[in-house]
Ligand binder design. Sequence first.
Ligand SMILES: [Zn+2]
Length: 250
Amino acid sequence: MSDLITVQGVVISAAPIGEYDKRIVLLTRERGKISAFAKGARRLNSPFMAAADPFVFGNFTLYEGRTSYNLNQVSVTHHFVELATMQPGVYYGYYFLELADYFGREGTDEKEMMNLLYVTVKALMNSQMDDRLIRCIYELRTMAEQGLCPQLFQCAECGRELNIEEACFFSQEVHGILDSSCAVGQRDARRISPSALYAMRYIVTAPMGKLYAFRVEPDILLELEQIIHLYTARNTDKKFKTLQILEVMK
Ligand SMILES: [Zn+2]
């Protein structure tokens, strides 16, 4: 019995193995990103039937075998079943899981990414929220959580603190904002509006529970998309399969 451990986590992917089993990938607080074998999870009467699925949050009891973890028991705390029926919301959801999977490592505390996924899936279920804004917020906050936050408060070149009202420029090359004099020498520097900069500052600093508590005008959303999607693509080195599906669906 000493080999049993219980972890708090979320299922970020599940793949069928053979006829009746599944292999799941979990993002956990105690062990980071781990994979576990869920025996019989595809049988109709299995207790894992509904628990070994993406977007399931809960406490997972695992048997630590010599080469892998085996799922022993699950106590589900949140299961966003309705998300599966929401389109294109569910595809955004799968992309968010894939991005979390990309950054996940074994042995780290994934509590913040778990919380981020939780508030993000809740936002996806809220029909008042624009999925495109949710994607911008999730991507930028993920970069910040992973230590890849762009410089949004000081000029990335001279270090001067920049007021939201003065002319600011964003450069992908220098990973942040520039004042007008430093922007002169930076070819890819482009003007960023005070509203877009304000939104980006909010996204990287807001408490998790208030992350999705704002809206923006359509032109600002477009600006956020152009800056944040490119920033995310340039700071990751993977073609996300789920993102390609999402782009096709647009
Ligand atoms: Zn400067």
